[in-house]
Design a protein around this ligand. Structure first.
Ligand SMILES: Cc1ncc(C[n+]2csc(CCOP(=O)(O)OP(=O)(O)O)c2C)c(N)n1
Ligand SMILES: [Mg+2]
Length: 334
């Protein structure tokens, strides 16, 4: 048995209390994200959908594992690589597709686009494309939650590229000194655009940085959705109890380029193959089958249903009305 297999089994045993329907929801949401990203890739390449996209192929377990450990009234911040986070937090494919098509019925009325999706009523502040930009914002939201005497939590997604930004230091430090309820979620996918982390930091263990701020840090297998869920659940509980913040480093890998025009030639073949063998969706499918939760036909049916719903949503998004000139001055500060 491989080490990855053993780790997955340990996580599964720990989570034995999880009901089959919960496990299937985790799987379904990861597959939804995978198919969404796959589908919009073709819409973009065919010139049907405007703008650019940053896909999260291979990182589905981080989005789903974290967001499923949060309540609907908890908040997340996200980055340019935001679709998975949004779908995991409960935004619908339709409101996202409408936004990506620039329609007025999009989650940000067509004014945000791919890099700025969000929905305040669903606990997602529109995504921020400035690397590290969401970190102090999450700390600020957590300060508001604390001042309002609620037990809500903010979780901030950011990449490995963000930890050398000043915003990381400021945001984490302030959250630490004020015991703010923030889960800092670093999705360490080894690259910031085309640059390997070893070229931008001497110590590539990001979780260890937590010690310097006097908070708890933890490295987690980010391609194991149950491990991510359990780690986040524990961090969230600490935050609700006033013991936060916590820094989670989720080790993962993106299967595609940084953005759609990047063929990712800088990712060595053996490295790609090793990570592809640890694909979060394939691995979880194996766990579910071993436990007898579902069989291959059931998994195929889940995927087929998602593809059908995606295609229907695309047809609707294509016909949705776009903002008019009069909409230019609505929802803006003057
Ligand atoms: C402050 C800032 N600097 C540079 C950029 C350009 N930029 C966009 S994404 C990116 C790489 C980010 O890498 P990482 O944080 O690891 O996230 P990942 O793309 O791996 O999800 C860079 C440098 C930016 N958006 N913001
Ligand atoms: Mg990265």
């Amino acid at each position: 048995m491989s080490i990855a297999q053993e780790r997955m089994d340990t996580a599964t045993k720990k989570s034995i209390s999880h009901q089959p329907d919960f496990l299937l929801r985790l799987y379904e949401r990861m597959m939804l994200i995978r198919q969404f990203e796959e589908g919009i890739k073709f819409l973009f390449l065919e010139g049907i959908m405007p703008g650019t996209i940053h896909q999260c192929h291979g990182q589905e377990a981080t989005a789903v594992g974290v967001c499923f450990a949060l309540r609907p009234d908890d908040f997340i911040t996200s980055t340019f690589r935001s679709h998975g986070h949004a779908l995991a937090k409960g935004l619908t494919m339709q409101e996202l597709l409408n936004e990506l098509f620039g329609a007025k019925t999009g989650c940000c009325t067509g004014k945000g686009g791919s890099m700025h999706v969000g929905n305040m009523s669903k606990g997602m502040i529109p995504a921020i494309a400035i690397v590290g930009g969401g970190i102090p914002v999450a700390a600020g939201m957590a300060l508001a939650f604390k001042m309002q005497k609620t037990d809500r939590v903010a979780a901030s997604f950011f990449g490995d590229g963000a930890v050398a930004e000043g915003a990381f230091h400021e945001g984490v430090n302030m959250a630490a000194i004020w015991d703010l309820p923030v889960v800092f979620v670093c999705e360490n996918n080894l690259y910031g655009a085309s640059t390997h982390i070893s070229k931008v930091m001497r110590d590539t263990n990001i979780a260890r940085r937590a010690t310097n701020y006097g908070i708890r840090g933890q490295q987690v297998d980010g391609n194991d959705v149950l491990a991510v869920y359990e780690a986040t659940k524990a961090a969230v509980e600490e935050c609700r109890a006033g013991e936060g913040p916590v820094l989670l480093e989720l080790l993962t890998y993106r299967r595609t380029g940084h953005s759609r025009r990047d063929p990712a030639h800088y990712q060595p073949k053996d490295e790609r193959e090793a990570w592809f063998a640890k694909d979060p969706i394939d691995r979880f499918a194996e766990v579910l089958k071993r436990r007898g939760t579902i069989d291959d036909a059931g998994l195929e049916a889940i995927k087929a249903d998602i593809v059908r719903r995606f295609n229907e949503a695309v047809e609707i998004a294509k016909r949705e009305p776009h903002p008019t000139l009069a909409d230019l001055t609505t929802d803006v500060y003057v």
